[in-house]
Ligand binder design. Structure first.
Ligand SMILES: Cc1cc2nc3c(=O)[nH]c(=O)nc-3n(C[C@H](O)[C@H](O)[C@H](O)COP(=O)(O)O)c2cc1C
Ligand SMILES: [Mn+2]
Length: 511
């Protein structure tokens, strides 16, 4: 079955009417976030060799840091610019990418994301001559990727990484499904790029399937891409699902694709810079390490397959998207990932059919949302919290990596860690309320286990931070406001000299 590229966008599936987002490409989205004061341009020359990453790291040590557009790269003659912290820890920039109201609260944002992530819209095709990415097209020996400024991020990185805020397209030879994944790509030479996919990733499965047929694997990669394709490339969907259709759903219109020069895969028509190439069986070079999302160097230097680049397409003065991997809040995998992962966890729990679930949150400070999940629930029966903890821990969206699974009552907002820490400190009795799961799904990038060969087997703690169900009737009432006093105070808020809206409160004292 071939990936279908229809001429017009299909109507969205399901009840959510698809309203197209207000932008078509990275540049239009940048104009939108700039209008919201969420973009900072840096026009002074900056070196791609560690300096760019140092500035990006220091500028993003606070949660509301803007996206950073580096407009002048030291020694560069290509005219390329580099965008860092495209999304980072900003839920506002996430919202402006997917067409949600940036003022939504975090729980509202997660809930709205569940709706729009269920839509599917097929890509649409655009004529080559109309594709913005085709302003410059170079083939064969004319291609020289070393002309573009390519960051070396951390002092111990094993090379320059042209692909971090990237997307990679591969086709599965059995099903025809086109996959979109975000995999790191190290520049080896003018027409050679290393591609690292870890085991189980769809890009690796596709590559192996082509090689098993004795054929090279075609690849299309974009190193300057819009935020929706970038975000979708890092989400896990079924092996037969194309992230292109989900991206279309989020955009409210089909992703625009055009024909490539050399490979049979399509290329994203509105991208900034795209390469086409081939992965040949047996062609590999030493790759890594790279400072990773864990805040440590990930994976020892080892041979990885190399893309032989056949053509490059780019816009004039292309904007390359670079994803700094670092401790929160400096990591590119921040708010968007937490929101999308939390939405997928709630979808899984819904599908299983467990009752009483109120919210969930995978806080981005926990290794980009991979390390911890808090789930809030209404306790309805004895053993309910233990059931929710176990199901959350092993549901497909949460099972990978997550070490800490915390259940809290419905009056605790799982997206607010002040609240979660309050529950942990007042409702959880560690001697009673902790369980451990062993030999669970994990990753070689988790540095906490020795010997390193065992890192793919993880462990998880289930923490019941709900009120003890056995004693729930005696459990003290939390200190809450009387509703009538609250309402009187809200009415007097500005008279009392306070700016803005008073905080919303929904639980009140009961006599
Ligand atoms: C900035 C960034 C860099 C990433 N680097 C890699 C990588 O080098 N290798 C890898 O296997 N996954 C990497 N990932 C994670 C994958 O993108 C993610 O697991 C995604 O689900 C892969 O797509 P797939 O499920 O279609 O294989 C990265 C994610 C992000 C956001
Ligand atoms: Mn996939």
């Amino acid at each position: 079955m071939e990936e279908q590229v229809s001429e017009r966008a299909n109507v969205a599936v399901g009840s959510n009417e698809a309203r197209p987002v207000a932008w078509r490409d990275l540049r239009e989205w940048l104009a939108l976030i700039e209008a919201h004061g969420l973009l900072k341009r840096i026009d002074k020359p900056v070196d791609a060799d560690e300096e760019l990453a140092a500035i990006a790291y220091l500028a993003t040590r606070r949660e509301n840091a803007p996206a950073l557009l580096f407009e002048t790269m030291t020694g560069d003659r290509s005219g390329a610019r580099i965008l860092a912290n495209m999304l980072g820890s900003s839920k506002e920039r996430y919202a402006l990418a997917v067409g949600l109201d940036p003022a939504l609260s975090m729980p509202e944002m997660i809930s709205a994301t569940r709706d729009i992530m269920q839509r599917r819209i097929k890509p649409v095709s655009v004529a080559k001559e109309d594709a913005r990415v085709n302003e410059v097209v170079l083939r064969g020996d004319a291609v020289d990727l070393t002309q573009f400024p390519t960051p070396k991020f951390w002092p111990g990185d094993g090379g320059r990484y042209i692909g971090t805020g990237d997307i990679t397209l591969t086709r599965n030879p059995d099903t025809g499904r086109i996959n979109v994944g975000c995999y790191r790509q190290m520049l080896h030479g003018p027409r050679r790029v290393g591609l690292y996919c870890s085991p189980g990733k769809h890009g690796l499965i596709d590559r192996e399937a082509w090689w098993a047929r004795g054929k090279p694997c075609e690849v299309v990669a974009a190193y300057g891409i819009d935020p929706v394709l970038f975000m979708l490339a890092a989400q896990v969907f079924g092996i037969k699902e194309s992230e292109l259709d989900v991206a279309g759903g989020l955009m409210g219109r089909g992703i625009e694709l055009t024909q490539a020069e050399y490979v049979s895969l399509p290329i994203p028509a509105n991208a900034e810079l795209v390469i086409e190439g081939l992965l040949h069986p047996g062609d590999s070079e030493e790759e890594g390490p790279l400072g990773e999302f864990t805040g440590y160097y990930g994976r020892e230097r080892a041979p990885q397959p190399v893309i032989e680049v056949k053509a490059v397409h780019h816009r004039r003065t292309p904007i390359l998207t670079a994803a700094l991997m670092a401790k929160y809040p400096s990591c590119e995998i921040g708010a968007y990932y937490a929101i999308m992962r939390s939405a997928r966890i709630l979808d899984d729990l819904d599908r299983i059919g467990v009752s009483g679930i109120v919210g969930a949150y995978a806080h981005p400070a926990a290794a980009s949302g991979w390390g911890m999940v808090a789930v809030s629930m209404q306790q309805q029966y004895a053993g309910h919290a233990a059931q929710v903890l176990a199901l959350t821990a092993q549901c497909p969206a949460a099972a990978y990596y997550t070490k800490w699974i915390i259940a809290v009552d419905e009056d605790v907002d799982p997206t607010d860690f002040n609240d979660v820490l309050w529950a942990l400190s007042t409702r959880c009795h560690p001697a009673e309320d902790l369980d451990i799961l062993r030999n669970t799904w994990s990753t070689g990038l988790d540095p906490s286990q020795y010997p390193p060969e065992l890192r793919s087997y993880g462990s998880k703690v289930l923490i019941n931070a709900c009120k003890p169900h056995k004693h729930i009737k005696q459990f003290p009432q939390a200190t809450l406001l009387r509703q009538s006093t609250y309402e009187r105070t809200v009415a007097r808020w500005s008279e009392l000299g306070f700016d803005g809206q008073p905080p919303k409160v929904s639980a009140f004292h009961k006599d």
